[in-house]
Each structure stands twice: as structure tokens, then as C-alpha cells.
Ligand binder design. Structure first.
Ligand code: NDP
Length: 485
């Protein structure tokens, strides 16, 4: 009897599929956007493409005087903006959403050029979701009472908003859309390495004809952020970024009448039980940790596997990781793009070195990486102990740490054994188990049999050192209004 030949999996060869960039016209230099117009400043710094290390254009760096001018402009614009009928305010927010849609292709390309993320993600996730947030909060503008249990509310006033580099336009939308819908005026500080889409948003705000000073955009480094936080003319700060800077901001706002929301880091547990659909879980694990190179605050970076299926999941995951395409962010087939900056690459490398030194077993996908730019190949650690730094610290890169558990109680205990509490994933066939585990987890967002799904109607935010306050949904209105008792 002859043995049936083993079927080999189809191996696809991909031809390059680069997104065209010849229609993108970046200015030679971008100024600040203050009081409805472009404002020059003293210092300009290049923003670079992390996939090539080539400078893209020059960006204004806001000084303390610029921060002051932006706060003054926002303060002056406040009475007029508040006096507008809510329905009219909503129309402006709606107009921003429509203009983002109109310029979606350009915004997606610029996001990938400036930040290194795959075009597939900026085109299909970041930009559509940014527009969706403006659409969603446009609808709330004249219904605020319904979103706040029928209470009478008024805007906080002038809000300072500081965003990170991992989802630049999307984080700007998360912050600006509810602030504007609630009648606040805003100063947005984008991250130093990814200011470009925020500056294109400044053009959109002008095109939407928003009254001068309602939105101000001031690129710059951490000192501009620190000056904004400490400015006495600010009524509320919304921050997304590292826990370290979050703590500094909390100290700086303590004892002042300043509202504060902090959306900080995470070390989220992605838990796979033995009754889960394993192939589906493997796809979810990949999406959980390799989406956006793992530069995701809620990344499923701690993979908790039930012992009886651990070996199978690890082997299937490793095989799947070998199929990820790492490289040119503008290639439509790319799964994992460039690391956002040299500094972030160094942070990832230092933590991965620590993982090896502490005795965990490292597997890194072998793939050809471009010679220039900042790259880190997808990596998995097994034999990880809960005390290892790679199980404790946020790596914020394409690195997953695998731990195991025997019982449901142990899974919950290990998942909660973290200073963070932003998100979690549960993979199981049993609805009752998913609900019981979700109730016991200390995490703001919990996904069942999926991961990294976002929607403007759904609140997002953390427990413990992952911060406080919620963005998204009706809960996302609350930080932007004062409730009159
Ligand atoms: P930061 O927290 O430093 O940056 C976030 C934003 O805050 C940026 O706009 C930054 O400006 C600004 N900022 C920096 N210092 C201050 C300050 N003292 N006061 C006010 N604003 C300030 O994050 P990093 O870019 O340094 O990343 C470090 C680590 O933080 C990452 O490795 C990751 O672990 C974590 N992180 C988590 C994020 C999340 O979504 N939870 C997002 C980004 C990072 P500038 O860009 O000029 O420094």
C-alpha cells in the first residue's frame, strides 16, 4: 500500500504592491496652528520617515510663549463657541468627519510615512475610525442631557490634549471630537515623532470653517506638553502616553481645579482556554500583539495559555509568525511595518535583552529587514516567569511573552497580577466561562474570541496604572462637561 503524499501548504510569492505617493504634496515646513491661522515660531525640527530615516519636512516646535498664545486663543474663542446652538456645533464636528473621509487616502499615506505603520492599517483602521469618532460625537452635540442621565451640563472650558505617536490622527479624533461636541475649545499637542496628520487636521479644521481659536494645534516636544499641563488658563487635561509622564501630569495638576483623564500603558493578558477554537485564537493572538508593531497600549502582550493546549498554540503561533510580512509600510501586503523611532527601538531591544538574560527562551522570526530604518522582527518568549521584566513591563513592540496556567482561578490570578489594567482577551467556547472570567478581571476592555476591536460607541480606559477616565461612547462625554447638581 502506498502512503498518501502529505499535502503541502500553498506558499504564495507576493509581488511588491506599493501605495503610490506621487499625489502627496507635503509643504517644506509646517507652522503651528493658533487662533485659526498658521503661526511661525523660532525653532523647527525635521520629522523623519522611520522606514527610511529620510526627513519628510520641517515642523514648528512650540515654545512656552506659543503655548500661552494657544491657550489665550482658545480662551477668547470659548464664549462664542459655547453660545452657538448645539445643533450648529454638531454640524461643524460632522463637517470635520466628512473632510477626513474626503482626504482619507492622503491621510493614510502620510500616517504611514510619518509613523511607520502598514498602509493596510492606516487605510482600513486609523483613518476610518478617526472619521467615525467625529461622526459619532457630532450626533451627541445636541443630546448631551441624554448622555449624562438627564443632568444639566456645561462645557469644562479650555482643554489641553496631549497625544502619543502610535495612533496619531485617531488619538487626536478620540480627544477633539467629544471636546468640541460638548462645547469646549481645545489645544492639541501631537507627539514629536508623528505631528504630520495633526497638521493636516489643522487644514481640515480651517476648511470646515470652524471659528478661529476653537481648535489649536501645537507640535513640539515634551516641554511643550509640560508647559500646556502647567498653564493656569487650562480647565482640563486629557493625556494618552506613558505611565511615567502620566504620573508627572497628575502631580502637576494636583490641587488645581483642572479636570484630568489619563490613558496610560498596559500589559494586557490574552487568555486561551483549552476549549477555545485554536486556529481562530492564533489569528487573534497575532492581531493582538503584532498589529501596529505592538505599539498599542492595549496590546495582548502577555499570552496566558492553558497547559493542555500550550504546546499546540505555541507551535501554531510560531508557524503563523513565520508568514508575517515585515517591511515597507507603504506596501499593501505588509503586516508589520517600521518601529516608530530609534529611541523606541532601543527600548524594545533593552527589554528583549533583559528577557534573554533572565532565562526566558527567545524565538525571533528570521526575515530580511531593510538596511535603513528602524525594524524589529516578530518575537516570542516562552519559559517566561511572572516576575520576568518581559512579563511585567510594557515593551510596546512586536514581542509576545507566553505564560501558562492550569485552572480558571490561576488564569484570573495571573492576568490580574499586573500594575496595569487596560484590556484583556478571553478565548473559550463557553459563554458562561467568558462572562465569569470577564467579571473577575481588572481591565477596562475585555474581548471575547477577538482582540483589538474598536468602535466609537464603546468606552475605553483603564484600571490601576493604566489610568482613569473613559474615552468613547456616552461615557466619553463625561470628562468634557461639568454637571450642575
Ligand atoms: P510619552 O508619554 O513620553 O509621550 C506621550 C506624549 O506626551 C507625547 O506627545 C510627548 O511629547 C508628551 N510628553 C512627554 N513628556 C511630557 C511631559 N513631561 N508633560 C506633558 N507631556 C509630555 O511616551 P514616549 O513616546 O516617551 O514612549 C515611552 C513609552 O511609553 C513607550 O515605550 C510605551 O511603553 C509607552 N507609551 C504608551 C502609550 C499608550 O498609548 N498608552 C503611547 C505612547 C507610549 P513628545 O512626543 O515630544 O515626547
Amino acid at each position: 500500500m502506498t502512503a498518501t503524499p502529505q499535502r503541502t501548504a500553498l506558499e504564495w510569492e507576493y509581488s511588491p504592491a506599493p501605495e503610490a505617493t506621487d499625489h502627496i504634496r507635503l509643504a517644506e515646513r509646517y507652522d503651528l496652528f493658533v487662533g485659526g491661522t498658521q503661526r511661525e515660531t523660532e525653532a523647527y525640527e525635521p520629522t523623519i520617515n522611520p522606514a527610511t530615516e529620510e526627513p519628510l519636512t520641517q515642523i514648528a516646535q512650540a515654545s512656552e510663549a506659543d503655548v500661552d498664545a494657544a491657550v489665550t486663543a482658545a480662551r477668547e474663542a470659548l464664549p462664542g463657541w459655547q453660545a452657538l446652538p448645539a445643533l450648529e456645533r454638531g454640524k461643524y464636528v460632522f463637517r470635520i468627519a466628512r473632510l477626513i473621509q474626503e482626504r482619507a487616502r492622503e491621510l493614510a499615506i502620510v500616517e504611514s510615512l510619518d509613523g511607520g505603520k502598514p498602509i493596510r492599517e492606516s487605510r482600513d483602521v486609523d483613518i476610518p475610525l478617526a472619521a467615525a469618532h467625529f461622526f459619532y460625537y457630532a450626533g451627541w452635540a445636541d443630546k448631551l442631557g441624554y448622555g449624562t442621565a438627564g443632568r444639566t451640563v456645561e462645557p469644562m472650558g479650555v482643554v489641553g490634549q496631549i497625544v502619543p505617536w502610535n495612533f496619531p490622527l485617531l488619538m487626536a479624533a478620540w480627544k477633539l471630537a467629544p471636546a468640541l461636541a460638548c462645547g469646549n475649545t481645545a489645544i492639541l499637542k501631537p507627539a514629536e515623532t508623528t505631528p504630520l496628520t495633526a497638521l493636516l487636521l489643522a487644514e481640515i479644521v480651517q476648511e470646515a470653517d470652524l471659528p478661529a481659536g476653537v481648535v489649536n494645534i501645537i507640535p513640539g516636544d515634551g516641554t511643550a506638553g509640560a508647559a500646556l499641563v502647567r498653564h493656569p488658563g487650562i480647565d482640563k487635561i486629557a493625556f494618552t502616553g506613558s505611565t511615567e509622564v502620566g504620573k508627572d501630569i497628575q502631580a502637576a495638576t494636583a490641587g488645581r481645579d483642572v479636570g484630568l483623564t489619563l490613558e496610560l500603558g498596559g500589559k494586557s493578558a490574552n487568555i486561551v482556554f483549552d476549549d477555545a477554537a485554536i486556529d481562530q485564537a492564533v489569528e487573534g493572538i497575532v492581531n493582538g500583539i503584532f498589529f501596529n508593531q505592538g505599539h498599542v497600549c492595549c496590546a495582548g502582550s502577555r499570552l496566558l495559555l492553558q497547559e493542555s493546549v500550550a504546546e499546540e498554540v505555541v507551535e501554531k503561533l510560531w508557524r503563523r509568525m513565520g508568514k508575517l510580512r515585515v517591511g515597507d509600510p507603504l506596501d499593501k501586503n505588509t503586516d508589520v511595518g517600521a518601529i516608530n523611532s530609534a529611541a523606541q527601538l532601543q527600548r524594545i531591544e533593552a527589554l528583549v535583552d533583559a528577557g534573554e538574560r533572565e532565562g526566558a527562551t527567545r524565538r525571533t522570526v528570521s526575515c530580511a529587514l531593510p538596511e535603513r530604518g528602524f525594524w524589529f522582527a516578530p518575537t516570542m518568549f516562552t519559559d517566561v516567569a511572572p516576575a520576568h521584566r518581559i512579563a511585567v513591563d510594557e515593551i510596546f513592540g512586536p514581542v509576545v511573552s507566553v505564560l501558562t496556567f492550569r485552572t480558571q482561578a490561576e488564569a484570573i490570578e495571573k492576568a490580574n497580577a499586573s500594575a496595569y489594567g487596560l484590556a484583556a482577551g478571553i478565548w473559550t467556547d463557553k459563554g458562561s466561562r467568558a462572562l465569569a472570567v470577564a467579571r473577575a478581571l481588572k481591565a477596562g476592555t475585555i474581548w471575547q474570541n477577538t482582540y483589538n476591536q474598536f468602535d466609537p460607541t464603546s468606552p475605553f480606559g483603564g484600571y490601576k496604572e493604566s489610568g482613569f477616565g473613559r474615552e468613547g461612547g456616552a461615557s466619553g462625554l463625561r470628562p468634557y462637561v461639568r454637571v450642575r447638581e
